[in-house]
Design a protein around this ligand. Structure first.
Ligand SMILES: O=C(CO)COP(=O)(O)O
Length: 247
């Protein structure tokens, strides 16, 4: 399958930050993997304009489950498509924490996103307390089962495993721990959506940097990364793209 380097800008970036997109496109005219940037909603349309004709694709960081209506402050999947987005991140741990999003809500958003033609990047991951209690596989298995629509097709689905305690902390699981979780997720995804699970990219996320990307991308069933802080600068994200292309 095609590998995916995805950047999540979170709540970072104003128009000035769009210079990084042009720099990234120039430095990586023909990357050996898919490249996606998910900026704040305010930048999606401008970024999509800038990225047209390059290898960079643009995604949202959330969408509402409904197509339109009285939902102040929300954005629908159709609106993301209209802005030039091809993907949307759903169920990121920051949304699960800040906005109380449940697996059922993430599932409903994923159904809406896929119906609108987007690829849903569904995020799952355990907290540090859950890992310490030996519940990692339980937790991510339950999240996966509850969040992923059973009829999702490989063309419109990406799973991102992001241990909550590894996000923005500079800490990561061991390579063996990531390997265990990704092998488990491939099996659970096969139970959920069938044989095409083999073609769904499984991304690792949480403190991915140029310095650790190569060893993480060598792990079986790691098909790319969802990158936060290191996706904000073209030089750092470009190095991660190069590591994935070489994997
Ligand atoms: O949450 C993340 C991506 O969605 C990971 O963030 P960091 O790469 O900054 O740890």
């Amino acid at each position: 399958m095609r590998k995916l380097a995805a950047g999540n800008w979170k709540m970072n970036g104003t128009q000035a930050a769009l210079a990084e997109v042009s720099a990234l496109a120039q430095a990586n005219p023909a990357p050996g993997c898919d490249v996606l940037l998910c900026p704040p909603a305010t930048l999606i349309a401008r970024m999509a304009d800038l990225a047209r004709g390059t290898a960079i694709r643009v995604g949202g960081q959330d969408c509402h489950a409904k197509a339109s209506g009285a939902h102040t402050g929300d954005i629908s999947a159709e609106m993301l498509v209209d802005s030039g987005a091809s993907h949307v991140i759903l169920g990121h741990s920051e949304r699960r924490t800040d906005h109380g999003e449940t697996d059922a809500q993430v599932h409903a958003k994923a159904v809406a996103a896929i119906k609108a033609g987007l690829t849903a990047i569904i995020c799952i991951g355990e907290t540090e307390a859950e890992r310490d209690a030996g519940r990692t596989l339980d937790v991510v298995g339950t999240q996966l089962h509850g969040s992923v629509p059973a009829d999702a097709t490989a063309a419109h689905l990406v799973i991102a495993y992001e241990p909550v305690w590894a996000i923005g902390t500079g800490r990561t699981p061991t390579l063996a721990e990531i390997a265990d979780v990704h092998a488990f997720l491939r099996a659970r995804l096969t139970a959920r959506i069938g044989a095409q699970a083999a073609n769904v990219p499984l991304l690792y996320g949480g403190s991915v940097k140029p310095s650790n990307a190569t060893e993480i991308f060598a792990i079986p069933h790691v098909d790319g990364a969802l990158v936060g802080g290191a996706s904000l600068k073209a030089a750092d994200f470009g190095a991660i793209i190069a590591a994935l292309s070489a994997a």
